[in-house]
Ligand binder design. Structure first.
Ligand SMILES: C[S@@+](CC[C@H](N)C(=O)[O-])C[C@H]1O[C@@H](n2cnc3c(N)ncnc32)[C@H](O)[C@@H]1O
Length: 372
């Protein structure tokens, strides 16, 4: 049955919106700066989406009727997150107290989680196991609509995957697992027996996330040290998760012949030298040339090795300039000439597809391509 869902988008909501669109198609609509709704016949699992922090399912009854319909007889713990335009902490708390009062008239006990704002933070929802533990129910309110929380970003799992993997490298291995998930999702819905290639695999963050999604993964990298790191990290993941077999090997992405069939390519390409301040003009020019050469060389090399319509999701570098804006590589025209179409998602412009932390010097521009 097709149902309506609400997504509370994380930081950089445009990239998050693109992620949802690539999985749920044109039903995805942005309804606020960090809110989107979409329809699906499958319950979305937040654990597979790097760009959303909460998912809710539209209620067709009142919150109280919903609570009373549950097969649960203990004490409810409830929370209200009001995402409406005119929301505030007091209104949201009052709404929760109203529910508590009606429940108590029905001899049902209930504790209301205190809000310090109109909405509960995803950390509060996660730590209180809202939507997860029986009776721990959070309602997401938007205007007159109520959604029940069906998933909140699992901060603990992300932290563990990022910090507990045995092999890390501060210079290359800083791809956040959430961005890795976004890149994998930007490939669109793929059959679970698909194989995803990361030709700049580094320490294997993207391979890890794609493997957890259920895909077969194949990683290559110029550096034998990085290939060894990826292999160790994937073997570590395999100890606690049921992941498919994987392959990693040394290869220069600009001339390598990949030995396995490839159904999708997702990667953070070479991003140039790490930087702690905006580069001087001459340095920037040199970095842009070096990165363009490697990225275009890779796209030219792989174009004859993949089938038409194969999707590719790439994070490529963009550099912060003294005026506070990011300078991009601007290689989309050249990429098109190599036999790829640049995908547009949810009417977002390419300018919207930047992923960075405040003040970060080397940002990532996300491009989604499809082999013609
Ligand atoms: C920004 S890092 C990617 C980090 C990676 N996402 C991770 O999870 O650690 C870029 C990687 O590209 C590799 N690299 C650079 N030039 C390459 C080339 N021509 N072919 C293949 N890999 C290359 C580097 O060794 C480095 O590991």
């Amino acid at each position: 049955m097709i149902k309506k869902y609400l997504a509370v988008l994380g930081r950089l909501s445009n990239v998050s919106l693109a992620e949802l669109t690539s999985q749920f198609g044109e039903s995805v609509r942005k309804i606020g700066p960090n809110l989107a709704v979409f329809e699906s016949d499958k319950k979305p699992n937040i654990n597979y989406f790097g760009g959303s922090v909460k998912f809710g399912e539209l209620l067709t009854t009142s919150p109280v009727d919903y609570l009373l319909s549950l097969d649960f007889s203990g004490k409810f713990i409830i929370g209200i997150s009001d995402y409406s335009k005119d929301s505030n902490r007091h209104k949201s708390q009052a709404e929760a107290m109203k529910i508590k009062k009606i429940l108590s008239r029905q001899n049902r006990s209930c504790r209301v989680l205190a809000n310090s704002e109109a909405t509960l933070s995803s950390a509060t929802s996660h730590h209180n196991q809202m939507g997860e533990k029986p009776g721990h129910i959070e309602f997401l309110k938007v205007g007159r609509e109520f959604y029940t929380l069906i998933g909140v970003q699992n901060i603990t799992a992300y932290k563990n995957r990022d910090q507990k993997r045995p092999m890390r490298d501060a210079k290359v291995g800083m791809l956040p697992p959430k961005l890795a998930q976004i890149l994998v999702n930007l490939l669109g819905p793929l059959p679970k027996d698909s194989r995803i290639l990361d030709p700049f695999c580094g320490t294997g963050v993207l391979l890890q996330e794609a493997a957890l999604d259920g895909f077969s993964v194949y990683g290559t990298d110029l550096s034998d040290r990085m290939v060894e790191y990826s292999e160790k990290n994937l073997n570590w993941l395999k100890k606690n998760h049921d992941i498919k077999d994987f392959k990693v090997e040394v290869g220069d992405a600009t001339d390598f012949q990949w030995s396995l069939d490839i159904d999708g390519v997702a990667c953070e390409t070479y991003l140039g030298a790490p930087m702690s301040q905006p580069p001087l003009e001459i340095k920037l020019k040199e970095q842009k040339q070096e990165c363009s050469k490697i990225i275009l060389g890779f796209l030219k090399n792989i174009s004859v090795q993949i089938s038409p319509k194969t999707p590719l999701a790439l994070a490529i570098p963009a550099w912060l300039r003294p005026n506070g804006k990011y300078e991009r590589l601007n290689i989309l025209d050249e990429i098109t000439k190599l036999g790829y179409n640049v995908e547009k998602l949810n009417h977002l412009s390419q300018e919207d597809m930047l992923y960075f932390r405040e003040g970060q010097i080397v940002a990532r521009e996300i491009i989604v391509l499809r082999k013609k």
